[in-house]
Ligand binder design. Structure first.
Ligand code: TRP
Length: 339
């Protein structure tokens, strides 16, 4: 089962609830482009997980599948190196999730800090969809079905991986052998990118995101409206760099970090206008997004080709995940019809 020549397996994914933004790029996509070299990488279009809090808008979940796939391709995910696959078309994930639900308690799910936060943010109480409360078990199925040992995710997802590993230990105990490996989260050092309004989270639903598919005009307008230092009224005033979104983005995206340090010094000293720093950021973001935008358009023009790519990726993923499902089910001690 474990082959020494085998590259480490990575599984990560995104809920299909809309196009991805530059926060996803800084936090994860950029990393995945690098990781597809030297790893066996699977990217899951998590449409079933998207449904856990979007059952009232299935059209959005459906239509976002291609949007997210286009974002992957546009940033440089190479379908020859990474496998892009669709969750709802991988039945082993659902079967394993249903099995795993017997190895977690409602109390433990409710205690998961990520779930707790999200339930509060979404305003759920007892009316939380059961699928939402239980999505850590489903995500555990996603991860383990691929036997992934590395899971690149944002810091907010670490408690889900922790819970995955608890489930892995229980399943292994029930099977009497290590049928599943534990997984390690790969969390980016730079924290989460704030929204253009300075709020802690960049999110499409908060309207403070810059999409990877944003037009030049969208980028210009986002930068113009971007939160800076509210105390920096005149260019001549000394300004604050910490919590100043323009500088946070320059830190995240400017290739020339010594130029950024120089700008910071001049801003702190006073005498550097917000507009000047914003001009720099606009240029940096355009340099990043222009090729992404161009590639995205090319792929979007051939929808059938993108669908075929997902179909092939899903077929490959199906072989791997069906095998894991069969291994777990045959070892866990349920009745067997094959012997
Ligand atoms: N919950 C993840 C998010 O919201 C998306 C996801 C679904 C995922 N399945 C996964 C991430 C498996 C890592 C591994 O970002």
């Amino acid at each position: 089962m474990s082959d020494k020549n085998q590259k480490p397996i990575i599984l990560t994914g995104d809920r299909t609830t809309g196009p991805l933004h530059i926060g996803h790029y800084a936090g994860s996509l950029r990393n995945r482009v690098a990781l597809q070299e030297g790893h066996e990488q699977y990217l899951l279009l998590a449409d079933l997980q998207a449904l856990t809090d979007n059952s009232g808008d299935i059209a959005k979940v459906r239509e976002s599948v291609l949007e997210v796939a286009l974002d992957y391709l546009a940033v440089g995910i190479d379908p020859e190196k990474s496998t892009i696959c669709l969750q709802s078309h991988l039945p082993a994930l659902s079967e394993l999730a249903l099995l795993y639900l017997n190895f977690v308690t409602v109390a433990r799910l409710e205690r998961n800090p990520t779930i707790k936060d999200e339930i509060a943010t979404l305003g759920f109480a007892r009316n939380v969809p059961a699928g939402f409360l239980c999505y850590p078990a489903s995500q555990a199925a996603d991860i383990t079905a691929f036997r992934a040992t590395l899971v690149p995710v944002g810091a907010d997802q670490a408690p889900i991986i922790e819970q995955t590993n608890e489930i892995v230990r229980r399943i292994n105990a029930a099977c009497g052998m290590d049928v599943l490996p534990e997984a390690t989260p790969l969390i980016p050092k730079s924290g989460r990118l704030p929204g253009i309004d300075g709020k802690a989270k960049m999110s499409k639903s908060l309207g403070n995101a810059i999409r990877l598919s944003a037009s030049t005009d969208d980028v210009r307008s986002a930068v113009r409206h971007m939160f800076t230092d509210p105390g920096h009224l005149r260019a001549s005033d000394p300004g604050q760099v910490e919590g100043n979104v323009v500088f946070t983005y320059l830190d995240a995206f400017d290739e020339d970090q010594s130029a950024v340090e120089d700008l910071k010094r001049r801003y702190r000293d006073g005498g550097l206008a917000d507009a000047k720093v914003k001009d720099r950021l606009f240029e940096v973001l355009e340099t990043l997004l222009e090729p992404i935008r161009r590639r995205r358009k090319e792929y979007a023009a051939d929808r059938a080709q993108v669908i075929e790519m997902i179909r092939q990726g899903t077929a490959r993923a199906r072989e791997v995940t069906d095998q894991t499902r069969a291994d777990v089910m045959s070892r866990i001690g349920l009745f067997r019809l094959d012997k």
